[in-house]
Design a protein around this ligand. Structure first.
Ligand code: EPU
Length: 419
C-alpha cells in the first residue's frame, strides 16, 4: 500500500489545471452502453482508479475501449455479453450501479449487485429503483442482486424523495429510450448531471431542464455515437484552492467554471481569502487572519459534501470557532480524529463538528479512510510543521489524478513511498 510522505510547511503557489471530473466521467462511461452500435468518444477522461474499474465493468458488459488522439473510443464489440454487474466490482465502487438504467433501457434486462454500506454512510439506492419502476420496470431483489426487467420502458412522471446525483443519472439514462415523455421532479442539480445530459443530447437524446429541479425527457427509438468532452473536476480544483488558502499561498486554477465552484468561492471569500476570477482562471490568495465561518453541506448549489473534509482542514487554521453540519452523509467526519493527531481541536457531535481554530498543525502519521478524507489529510500535511505520512492513499487514487505531481508543481514537498 503506497503512502504519501510530506514535509511541511509549504506555501502552495502557482497554476494548476483540474483533470476531467470523475463524477461526470463515471455516468458518461455508463452511457456508452446506450448507443445502437456506433462508437462514442470521450475526451478528458481522468486517469483515476474508479474510471479504470468502470472500464473493466464495461469490458465485462461487452464494451471495448481504446485510447486515441487524446480521447477514449468506446464501442460495443460483444453483442452477447452478460448484462450483470457482479458483487466483486460493485463492492469496490458503488458508482457501478450507474449501469443499471442503461442496461435496462437498452437490453430490457439488468442484474446489478446491491452496493451495501460504505465508509461514509448507508447510501441506499431505493430512489434509483423507484424511478425505474415508475418507468414500468419490474424490480426484484434476490441473493444480494437487483434484477430489473422491462420489455419496453414507458415515459412517466416521477418525483424523487430527495435529490440524488447518481439516482437522477440512472433514471435519466433509462428514460432516454422509454416510449413517450418522462418528467422527473426534485432532481439533483449538480453540474455533472448537466454534463451527462449534454452528452446524451449529443448522441440523439431529447432532454431539457438538466441542472434544474424538473427534467423532461422525450424518449427516442435509439441513440447513436458521437464525441463529448468531460467537464473539469470541480472537487479536485476546489481542493487545490482550499490548499491555497490553508497554506496562505497563491494558486490559480485554470480552465474550471467559476459558476460550478461558486458555493466554495463564496465561502473562501467569507473566510477572508481573496478570490479573483479572470480570463486566465480562478485565483485564490490568502494571508494570516482568516476567519472561521459556519457551513452546512447541501445538494448543489449548496456547499458540496465532497469538499467538507478539505474545508475542515482549512478551518483548523482560521481564527475563532467554526461549525460544519454534514447533511448528506451520516458518517463523513472520519478525518476529524486524524486531524486531531496533527494538533487540530475538533469536536464531533453526530452530524456536526465544531472546529476550534488558530491551530498550528504538526506533522504526524495518519490514515486515510475515504477519498475526500485523504485529500484533507494531504492538505493538512502540506500546511503542518514537519513530516506527515498519509497511509492508505489508494483511497486518494480513486479520484485524484497525479495529486503528488500537481502539489509538487505548486511547491509542496510530497513524495510517494511505494511500499
Ligand atoms: N439516497 C437515498 N436513496 C437513494 C439515493 C440516495 O436515501 O436511492 C440518499 C443518500 O444516502 C444521501 C443522499 O441521498 O444521503 C444523497 O446521495 P446521492 O445519491 O446524491 O449520492 P451518490 O449519487 O451516491 C454522488 C457522488 C458522491 C457525492 C454525492 C453527493 C458520484 C459517482 N458520486 O454520490 O461522490 O458525495 O453524489 O454529492 O457521483 C466522491 O466523489 O467522493 C463521492 C462520494
Amino acid at each position: 500500500m503506497d503512502k504519501f510522505h510530506i514535509v511541511g510547511p509549504s506555501r502552495l503557489v502557482g497554476r494548476v489545471r483540474a483533470s476531467g471530473a470523475k463524477n461526470a466521467a463515471l455516468p458518461a462511461l455508463a452511457a456508452t452502453l446506450l448507443p445502437d452500435g456506433e462508437p462514442l468518444t470521450l475526451h478528458r477522461v481522468p486517469g483515476v482508479r474508479d474510471i479504470r474499474t468502470m472500464m473493466r465493468l464495461l469490458d465485462h458488459l461487452g464494451i471495448a475501449s481504446e485510447e486515441s488522439e487524446g480521447g477514449v473510443v468506446f464501442r460495443r464489440d460483444r453483442p452477447n455479453a452478460d448484462h450483470d454487474a457482479p458483487y466483486d466490482v460493485v463492492k469496490t465502487m458503488r458508482a457501478s450501479v450507474l449501469v443499471l438504467g442503461p442496461l435496462l433501457a437498452r437490453f430490457g434486462h439488468a442484474r446489478v449487485s446491491l452496493p451495501g454500506g460504505c465508509a461514509i454512510g448507508v447510501r441506499p439506492i431505493d430512489q434509483h429503483l423507484k424511478g425505474l419502476e415508475a418507468l414500468g420496470a419490474e424490480v426484484h431483489l434476490s441473493h444480494g442482486y437487483v434484477e430489473a426487467t422491462a420489455s419496453q420502458l414507458r415515459g412517466a412522471r416521477f418525483r424523487f424523495d430527495m435529490p440524488t446525483v447518481t439516482g437522477t443519472e440512472n433514471v435519466l439514462m433509462a428514460a432516454c429510450l422509454a416510449k413517450g415523455t418522462t418528467v422527473l421532479e426534485n432532481c439533483a442539480r449538480e453540474p455533472e448531471i448537466v454534463d451527462l445530459a449534454n452528452l446524451l443530447n449529443t448522441i440523439g437524446a431529447r432532454i431539457s431542464g438538466a441542472g434544474e429541479e424538473t427534467i423532461v425527457i422525450d424518449g427516442v427509438d435509439g441513440l447513436g455515437g458521437g464525441e463529448h468532452t468531460i467537464i473539469p473536476d470541480r472537487i479536485e480544483g476546489g481542493t487545490y484552492l482550499i490548499g491555497a488558502a490553508l497554506t496562505r499561498g497563491d494558486v490559480t486554477l485554470e480552465g474550471s467554471s467559476p459558476a460550478d465552484l461558486a458555493p466554495l468561492l463564496d465561502k473562501l471569500a467569507e473566510a477572508g481569502a481573496k478570490v479573483e476570477t479572470t480570463e486566465s482562471g480562478i485565483r485564490v490568495t490568502a494571508s494570516d487572519g482568516l476567519q472561521g465561518c459556519d457551513l452546512d453541506t447541501a445538494p448543489h448549489p449548496g456547499f458540496p459534501t465532497d469538499l467538507q473534509a478539505q474545508w475542515m482542514a482549512l478551518m483548523t487554521s482560521a481564527d475563532g470557532v467554526s461549525t460544519i453540519r454534514e447533511t448528506i452523509f451520516e458518517n463523513r467526519f472520519q478525518h476529524a480524529p486524524e486531524l486531531m493527531r496533527m494538533g487540530a481541536d475538533v469536536r464531533v457531535d453526530g452530524g456536526s463538528a465544531r472546529i476550534y481554530g488558530a491551530r498550528r498543525l504538526t506533522g504526524a502519521a495518519v490514515m486515510a479512510t475515504d477519498l475526500r478524507a485523504s485529500a484533507c489529510l494531504v492538505l493538512a500535511g502540506v500546511a503542518a510543521d514537519g513530516e506527515t505520512v498519509v497511509d492508505r492513499i489508494y483511497h486518494l487514487e480513486r479520484g485524484y489524478e497525479g495529486m503528488e505531481l500537481k502539489l509538487q508543481s505548486l511547491g509542496a514537498r510530497v513524495a510517494r513511498w511505494v511500499v
